[in-house]
Design a protein around this ligand. Structure first.
Ligand code: 4NP
Length: 161
């Protein structure tokens, strides 16, 4: 069975598609693509159907030499049972995801992605949308760190199940 991860930000055009594409790259490098899969979504409906932000794709291409693919979609209730791990980019998104499920049945699946970082102290992935190129570069650095931590965490779960 494939372990399924969902990355969530606000617009699903910058941070969460970056996480999805970076994660897919790392999984491919490690030969884990058949064991772990991922997707991304936004808590807002602002950019539904849009491709990733060009500034985000450029920062990812510069650091990792990969193409950033995807179309924005909104987080939906069916994502709760569908995914094993739901990773929010910041506290606002984290709270908005939890608020979608009043029963609290899926709370354990929802985490802040920065909790998986080992080289950075930031607790949230800062929203780069209204900032400059450095903000986008920081998103890539944080997400590579976090995704490496997530892979280690999921590998432990897969090994013990
Ligand atoms: P994201 O970035 O949540 O990382 O996709 C944003 C994209 C769009 C907006 C804000 C943040 N916006 O306000 O339109």
């Amino acid at each position: 069975m494939t372990y399924k991860i969902l990355f969530v930000c606000l617009g699903n055009i910058c941070r969460s598609p970056a996480a999805e594409n970076i994660m897919n790259h790392l999984l491919k490098e490690r030969g884990l693509s058949d064991k772990i899969s991922c997707d991304s979504a936004g808590t807002s409906n602002y950019h539904i159907g849009s491709p990733p932000d060009r500034r985000m794709s450029a920062a990812i291409a510069k650091k990792l030499n990969i193409e950033t693919k995807g179309r924005a979609r909104q987080f939906q209730l069916s994502d709760f049972p569908e995914f094993d791990l739901i990773l929010a980019m910041d506290k606002e998104n984290y709270e908005n995801i939890l608020a979608c499920d009043r029963t609290g049945a899926y709370d354990d699946k929802v985490h802040l992605i920065c909790d998986f970082c080992s080289r950075h102290d930031l607790k949230e992935v800062p929203d780069p949308y209204y900032g400059d190129v450095e903000g986008f570069n920081l998103v890539v650095d944080l997400l590579v760190d976090a995704c490496e931590g997530v892979i280690k965490y999921v590998e432990e779960i897969i090994c013990n199940s």
